[in-house]
Design a protein around this ligand. Structure first.
Ligand code: AMP
Ligand code: MG
Length: 347
């Protein structure tokens, strides 16, 4: 980052949305709320503007972005290929927390798609996001509005903490309803494949399409990793993710983090035991233990809890694993595992 920007903090009034839209049209950066997490937006068709997103986040430039639109009919600006499968998904799930990956038009800059010949597209259901995109008169590329590597921002104050001085404006909306990022569904090939789990589950997508939906191999391996038992001699080094992205630090809090997995009562007592021991040895410990089966609540609170514990300055976070093999809990576990750098013990 070279130059420090004078960041405007805008309440979501009609006038301010117009002001923010003008910033987007002029190639600037605006952070805004969506129902999933806060996004950091720029004109998706302007390669220079998109380049500024990577700079502001400190994000590797081969990591493609999700392009946000405000009307389903705008998808025609991004792709020419609307198969029956794509139409069915749009009909069932838009607006909402589901992103689809489709073949891109040549007009979509490589900078936006990380050089891929596909583009990720979403129509958010958040009113402020829709108003901003619509007033900007262009699709908006927007990754999460956090510094690369840290927990995603689900509250305006999280965005302000990470992005003051780095972006032109931040629209201050409510806390995000969902709290984890959208499900990413690849519809660019023959077989619909989930690249990132979210609150729209494989089961819901299968019901809409009337066919089986696969998980990307990296997710399956991550899921299997939950089952690995270090006590049985399975070593961390045996886990070799195929997708390079999984090796990068992602969603990580400043504190050290450990996940405890197993039967609920055992998890509770192991967390209590480790907490007491660590505190005796001079470390401050934060605990994340969600109500059993309250998966939507866990999704809503998870990133906010990580950020709050970091604000408190704890040394260590102990988190209870969620038991859900393919639903919303699985999507939260995907984030929890990455936050903890796959640091997990089984009891
Ligand atoms: P974020 O911008 O942080 O919400 O992350 C966007 C996610 O969508 C990342 O996991 C990307 O790898 C994924 N993504 C975006 N565009 C594509 C694409 N064209 N093909 C596959 N994955 C994509
Ligand atoms: Mg992100």
């Amino acid at each position: 980052m070279t130059e420090k920007k004078n960041t405007l903090i805008l309440k979501p009034t009609k006038e301010n949305i117009e002001k923010a839209a003008k910033i987007i049209r002029d190639g600037g950066l605006v952070a805004f709320p969506t129902e999933t997490v806060y996004g950091l937006g720029a004109d998706a068709m302007n390669a220079d503007a998109v380049g500024r997103i990577y700079e502001a986040k400190g994000r590797p430039s081969d990591n493609p972005m999700i392009v946000h639109i405000s009307r389903a009919s705008d998808i025609g600006q991004l792709t020419r290929m609307l198969s029956p499968q794509i139409v069915e998904i749009i009909d069932n799930f838009w607006p909402g927390p589901l992103t689809i990956v489709v073949k891109k038009r040549p007009e979509v800059p490589d900078r936006t798609t990380g050089g891929l010949d596909t583009v990720a597209v979403r129509l958010p259901d958040n009113e402020i996001a829709q108003a901003l995109i619509s007033a900007s008169c262009c699709p908006i590329a927007a990754p999460s509005a956090n510094l690369s590597g840290g927990p995603s921002p689900t509250r305006a104050k999280d965005v302000i903490a990470d992005m003051m001085g780095r972006v032109d404006a931040i629209i201050e909306g409510d806390d995000c309803r969902v709290g984890i990022e959208s499900t990413v569904l690849d519809l660019s090939g023959e077989e619909p494949t989930i690249l990132r789990p979210g609150i729209i589950t494989a089961e819901a997508i299968e019901a809409a399409l009337g066919r089986e939906v696969k998980y990307d191999a990296s997710l399956t391996e991550a899921a299997q990793h939950v089952q690995l038992d270090p006590a049985n001699g399975v070593d961390e080094a045996d886990f070799q993710p195929k997708s390079p992205g999984m090796k990068y630090k992602h969603y990580a809090p400043k504190a050290e983090m450990l996940i405890v997995e197993g039967e609920r009562n055992k998890v509770k007592s192991e967390i209590e035991r480790l907490k007491t021991m660590n505190e005796k040895l001079g470390n401050s410990v934060g605990v994340i233990l969600f109500e059993e089966k309250a998966f939507l609540e866990a999704a809503h609170d998870f990133f906010a809890r990580l950020r709050d514990l970091d604000s408190e300055g704890v040394d260590m976070i102990l988190a209870g694993a969620l038991s859900d093999s393919d639903g919303v809990g699985f999507a939260v576990m995907n984030r929890m595992l990455k936050s903890a750098g796959y640091n997990i013990v089984k009891v």
